[in-house]
Design a protein around this ligand. Structure first.
Ligand code: AMP
Length: 547
């Protein structure tokens, strides 16, 4: 681990991208094949290979407790040290520095620790494994073990830089490295292939999920065309934006099917989709969305959510909340990777594949649009049909896994906004760890204020600094990391929908809340009420056919 620590510190110590790439490349080249593969994953911010579905399942509370115990420090010291660094790794290093221990763990030992952690059941067992490892580690080793565990090294190293480093170190074309990484779903294996000059051998493997292509947000249809100013560009294919779960479907010739979510984890809650998919012809990898659906209309995401996380299938829930798989892209068919084919061609293939599919499968329709007016109309029709917006895709574009921007754009209607008041504040994370940037907010019920959500984003750094001063002066209770504050700052928050929830005292929680603006013109007594929330909630859960 010592050399890993040194190099990671060095990478964190320079802000120059090229220098980071050089350091990573030289380091990877200096290691044995096995160690290099492990280090490549760690430097890419991954614990395991990307296609590996295991999760460590180690909570921040467990990590903090083991760090405190190893350091022989009482729990309350942690808060202040954490605030100083803004991350658990930095906190651990400072607390353990006085132990002056030399570490003797190798990279392979750390990889084994992660295997054991993923396999261990329960936080007690996981804590024991961590404690044993920390006893054998220097303060700096623990810092990086913790950082890798939490998935954030904070040294400005990310997977794309590791790809560049591999290309440089082994003198291979970057495009080949990226392609191999996408196909194998493992930066470690990619490194091995690059070292052996075998990048061309990387192949799609069914049942190993690949990265998903992502869409960049736009606020208006005009924006889609602003960026394309004056250029004679191909049209956009505008699809409905489905509010469900993104799902990559893999199917082999024998009719075996597996479905993967955006986190590349397997989705097992929808067995009724497996049979219709297994009947499709040939080998396939399809991208699409699982949606709750009744008769001719989609149901709100909150309905679909009731089916998630259930271990055993409850027939009642299955009948009560029917689902559909809406396919919108075809990535692989019968041994051929289609990513570089234009979207229109991929969709034509997809139409052919699904021509005789059962009704539980459906191919997203695409409307060709060349003007903002046409997009606006498609947007309007999509909302009328019960969807949450549109996704506009460049008709000739390739499928680019794992990247946002460039070819796909999403346009959504915020469900509603509410005016709320800030009742509690917390220190943020990362570069915001010294400012109070996370706000808990409430709506009004008569004289009472009832919390309904928490938002992290939406304000500028200058605004956050200004309000930090305000909140420090208007603290009612100081809990260290968290403060209860005088309810004076009114925010307008947008959100996607409202859920019933025991998390907040209002009995509701806003899904994906974001701050639209600070309402300096409003005072706390004028904020929205619990009654309004209940009405919005009812409006959203009324089944479309009952409207
Ligand atoms: P958001 O989750 O709001 O950031 O929007 C991106 C997500 O929209 C994607 O990850 C997909 O799960 C989903 N989505 C819904 N409909 C489509 C579509 N027609 N094409 C691509 N993505 C879609």
């Amino acid at each position: 681990m010592r050399s890993f620590v040194q190099i990671a510190d060095a990478i964190g110590g320079t802000s120059k991208k090229l220098e980071k790439v050089r350091l990573i490349g030289e380091f990877l080249k200096s290691l044995s094949a096995t160690d290099a593969a492990i280090a490549a994953r760690f430097l890419a911010g991954r614990v395991f290979a990307g296609h590996d579905e295991r999760a460590l399942g180690v909570g921040a509370a467990t990590l903090s407790r083991v760090i405190a115990e190893t350091a022989g420090q009482p729990g309350h010291v942690l808060g202040a040290t954490y605030r100083k660094h803004g991350d658990l790794g930095g906190m651990a290093e400072e607390l353990l520095r006085s132990t002056n221990r030399d570490g003797d763990l190798s990279l392979a030992d750390v990889a084994r620790l992660f295997d054991d952690l993923a396999a261990a059941r329960g936080q007690t067992h996981k804590a024991e494994l961590l404690a044993n490892a920390f006893e054998r580690s220097s303060a700096a080793d623990v810092k990086y073990i913790v950082k890798i565990t939490t998935g954030d090294l904070r040294i400005g190293s990310k997977e794309s830089l590791v790809e560049e480093a591999i290309a440089k170190a082994f003198e291979r074309p970057l495009a080949e490295v990226r392609r191999a990484n996408m196909l194998t779903g493992d930066i470690g294996e990619t490194l091995t292939l690059a070292a052996q000059n075998q990048l061309a051998c990387a192949a799609v493997r069914l049942f190993h999920p690949m990265g998903f292509m992502l869409a960049a947000p736009v606020e208006t249809p005009d924006e889609l065309f602003d960026k394309r100013d004056g250029l004679e560009l191909p049209p956009l294919l505008v699809e409905e934006k489905y509010d469900g779960i993104r799902a990559q479907v893999h199917k082999n010739k024998r009719g075996e099917v597996r479905i993967f979510s955006r986190t590349l984890a397997e989705v097992t809650e929808f067995p009724e989709l497996v049979e219709p998919i297994s009947e499709l012809p040939g080998e396939l990898i399809i991208d699409g969305e699982i949606l709750a659906w009744r008769d001719t209309r989609p149901l709100p995401f909150t309905e679909l959510q009731r089916r998630l996380g259930r271990k055993r299938l409850d027939l009642f829930v299955q009948n009560d909340i029917p689902v559909k798989y809406v396919a919108f892209d075809l990535l692989f068919q019968d041994g051929e990777l289609l990513l570089n084919e234009p979207l229109t061609k991929r969709k034509a293939f997809l139409d052919a594949v699904c021509a005789n599919a059962r009704t539980a499968l459906h191919v997203a329709g695409g409307r060709e649009c060349r003007t903002a007016g046409q997009v606006q109309l498609a947007f309007h029709n999509s909302l009328q049909a019960g969807h949450e917006g549109i996704v506009a895709k460049a008709a000739t574009s390739p499928y680019v896994p794992g990247r946002r921007g460039g070819f796909w754009f999403k346009l959504k209607q915020p469900f509603a906004t509410l005016d709320v008041v800030v009742t509690g504040v917390e220190y943020g994370h990362g570069k915001r760890h010294k400012v109070l940037s996370d706000y808990t907010f409430a709506v009004r019920d008569g004289e009472r204020l009832l919390n309904i959500g928490k938002a992290y984003s939406g304000l500028t750094d200058a605004e956050i600094r200004e309000y930090t001063d305000f909140f420090l002066q208007h603290t009612i209770e100081d809990h260290g990391h968290r403060r209860t504050v005088t309810p004076a700052i009114v925010l307008e928050v947008a959100f996607n929908n409202i859920q019933k929830s025991g998390r907040h005292e209002s009995g509701y929680a806003l899904r994906f809340p974001r701050i639209v603006r600070v309402r300096r013109d409003k005072a706390a007594p004028e904020i929205d009420t619990l009654e309004t929330v209940a009405k919005l909630f009812a409006r959203q859960t009324v089944r479309p056919e009952e409207v």
